[in-house]
Design a binder for this molecule. Structure first.
Ligand code: ADP
Ligand code: MG
Length: 626
């Protein structure tokens, strides 16, 4: 590496190169900006095009990463010097054109950002967690002398602190008061965001890290909390101030240069050709349902029906857009209610590890945003209102596992209705109105109000949730902890086995034994290792969701409708705590589609309908008609 001294001297003039590059690749865009200015005032340059522009292109793209400020200046100089957009006397307009770069080949994780990245150009991927209101920031201030009325030249304003003129008035040469003249000053729209790492990048249960981002001008108000984005920009540092004293500690933020908003398939689990082969082979295995069931939380004994249902929600049904613009959700919502200590929480945690996009949270959530979203006025926004996404928004296109749902706040409870059915969350508060998306499956767990479940009381009375909310779950499982000798023994042994296995693995890791390798351990410990490896399970789910959109066969339709009618008849003669409504039929269709997706079938068969009816029947027996 060259030392800094020689690097400083070697600042090359690139305006000629930029002139040629822009003329070759961005003629049309430059023309559009010239015609549509000021409505269009950003030139968006594809980094990959630049990299492919021969040897010079490689040099410049490399320079951009290390010295972004200079490169942006070079491009602007090229635009000015060669009159690429505006004529000679329109220099001020050229000054206002934003030079933005997109499609950087390498992205960095928030958690890997270090001091040496400061002032370099980075590309960071994540989900938007918070956004503030858009407000103007003063960039150039013009003042008027209160004594003689003379105007000052425009003072450039720094970040944060308001800069007042420090000289005397040039006209009357007196030290007088000066006032800001807003009409002659210049403002810029600014907004602050906070992004956090996307859940699929996290290794089992890690807390996501966050990064604050400053966006300006035409970038503002284009992205909302919950959006998956790639933000390209310059990493800046800002000195901390504690009790008025400057600290040697600095905070970092990203000064955004461009934002790429992710599409649906954005950063899904990568599936190689070998993976695909393995997936297709698995899909024709006649025991695929049992195998998936056994691969969910193998350390938890029994509960095979719950595990089968969880398999279904991992795959999900198919979202339908209706001609009238409304949409029918494909995501399946499921609730586990039951006595404490029967592995509900454990089950939830495990599911998150299997879901390509999963978020675990508790109803008595630690974050202020709760389950849906909130608008608050806090220090993050420096006095501006801030919109923050909750768990269901962050889990968009994935699964939100919400433990202790009975303990959620009143606000959450009321916004959950919309979030579960329409899969949107509307916020209208102060200067913020927004509709966020929450297209996720909700897997909830709740404990009974009285600590233990009463077999004879209706379920809605026992958990702290209104029937209107309960009816939005496609499946509700009641898990009871009834003492039962043989079952208790089996669970006991299973738990001990898991403990032994854990101890054994630890021991072998510390004291390697010849001939005992990972393979051997896997075989010996089969009762608590999943049948299907979680890695390939995740890939299988992603593959199926991407490629498999089964249609209902006539036989399956017939079965489901007949069962639905029998439920309606049952419900008609007595008032049940959870009424049987058309929602139940929709739920069964979703579940049957998920069942077909498990074997990658293009059609929902009679067997899928039967499987679903069995599960729904088990749930309704507990909830609606015991
Ligand atoms: P809950 O959330 O239902 O109150 P937890 O998930 O916290 O219960 O479970 C309590 C503990 O009991 C966990 O360590 C769990 O592994 C264990 N446990 C309960 N039921 C089983 C079971 N059927 N098989 C294995 N472990 C179990
Ligand atoms: Mg629990």
């Amino acid at each position: 590496m060259a030392d800094t001294k020689t690097e400083k001297v070697k600042v090359t003039d690139r305006t000629g190169d930029w002139n040629r590059f822009l003329k070759k690749h961005y003629k049309a865009e430059l023309g559009e900006i010239a015609r549509e200015y000021p409505y269009r005032r950003s030139l968006i340059i594809d980094f990959q095009k630049l990299e492919k522009w021969g040897k010079k292109g490689l040099e410049i793209s490399d320079e951009l990463l290390k010295n972004p400020g200079k490169v942006v200046g070079d491009v602007r100089d090229a635009i000015k010097n060669f009159n690429l957009i505006f004529t000679k006397d329109e220099e001020e307009k050229a000054e206002n054109v934003n030079i933005r770069f997109i499609h950087l080949p390498r992205k960095i994780d928030v958690r890997d950002i270090r001091a040496h990245h400061i002032n370099t150009f980075l590309s960071v991927e994540g989900i938007i967690r918070k956004t503030t209101e858009v407000r103007p920031r003063l960039t150039y201030a013009v003042f008027r002398c209160l004594n003689c009325g003379e105007l000052t030249p425009a003072y450039k304003q720094g970040y944060g602190k308001f800069q007042e003129p420090y000289r005397n008035c040039t006209q009357c040469e007196r030290q007088t008061k000066m006032e800001l003249v807003p009409q002659l000053s210049k403002f810029l729209d600014v907004q602050k965001l906070r992004i956090q790492e996307s859940p699929e990048g996290l290794r089992g249960g890690e807390q996501p890290e966050t990064l604050d981002v400053d966006i300006t001008d035409d970038l503002v108000a284009n992205a909302a909390p919950g959006d998956r984005v790639v933000i390209n920009g310059i990493l800046r540092s800002i000195q901390r101030v504690t009790q008025g004293n400057k600290s040697s500690l600095f905070d970092i933020y990203l000064e955004a240069n461009s934002i790429e908003i992710g599409e649906k398939e954005f950063e899904e689990v990568a599936i190689s050709e070998e993976d695909e082969e393995e997936i297709l082979q698995l899909s024709s295995d006649p025991e695929i349902y049992e195998k998936f069931g056994k691969s969910i939380a193998p350390s938890i004994y029994g509960n095979s029906e719950v595990k089968e249902a969880i398999t279904l929600i991992l795959f999900g049904g198919i979202m339908k857009e209706l001609p009238d613009g409304s949409h029918l959700r494909g995501d399946i919502h499921m609730l586990l209610v039951g006595d404490p200590g029967i592995a509900k929480s454990q089950m939830l945690r495990y599911v998150i590890r299997l879901s390509p996009r999963g978020i675990y949270t508790s109803g008595k959530s630690s974050t202020s945003a709760g389950l849906t979203a909130t608008a608050v006025k806090d220090e993050f926004g420096d006095g501006r209102w801030t919109l923050e996404a909750g768990a269901l928004v962050l889990a968009d296109m994935g699964i939100a596992a919400v433990d202790e749902m009975d303990k959620m706040t009143r606000d959450d409870r009321s916004s959950l209705h919309e979030a579960m059915e329409q899969q949107t969350i509307s916020i209208a508060k102060a200067g913020i109105t927004a509709t966020l998306r929450s297209r996720c499956a909700l897997l909830g767990a709740a404990n009974p109000k009285m600590g233990r479940f009463d077999e004879y009381a209706p379920i809605a009375e026992q958990i702290n949730m209104p029937p209107s909310l309960l009816s939005r779950f496609d499946l509700i499982f009641v898990m009871r902890d009834k003492p039962n000798d043989s079952l208790d023994r089996a669970i006991g042994e299973h738990i001990l086995k898991s403990h032994e296995v854990g101890e054994l693995i630890e021991h072998i890791k510390k004291n390697p034994i010849e001939g005992i390798d990972d393979n051997y351990i896997d075989q010996k410990l089969s009762p608590v290792t999943p049948e299907i490896d979680p890695l390939i399970f995740r890939k299988y789910i992603a593959y199926s969701k991407r490629n498999c959109f089964p249609l209902l066969s006539a036989e399956a339709k017939e079965k489901l409708v007949a069962y639905y009618l029998s439920l309606r008849n049952l419900a008609a003669d007595n008032s049940k705590p959870v009424p049987v409504t058309a929602r139940q039929l929709e739920a069964m269709v979703r579940l049957a589609e998920a069942s077909a997706r498990i074997r990658l079938s293009p059609q929902v068969e009679e067997s899928d309908a039967e499987r679903v009816i069995k599960i729904v029947d088990r749930c309704l027996r507990d909830v609606a008609y015991d």
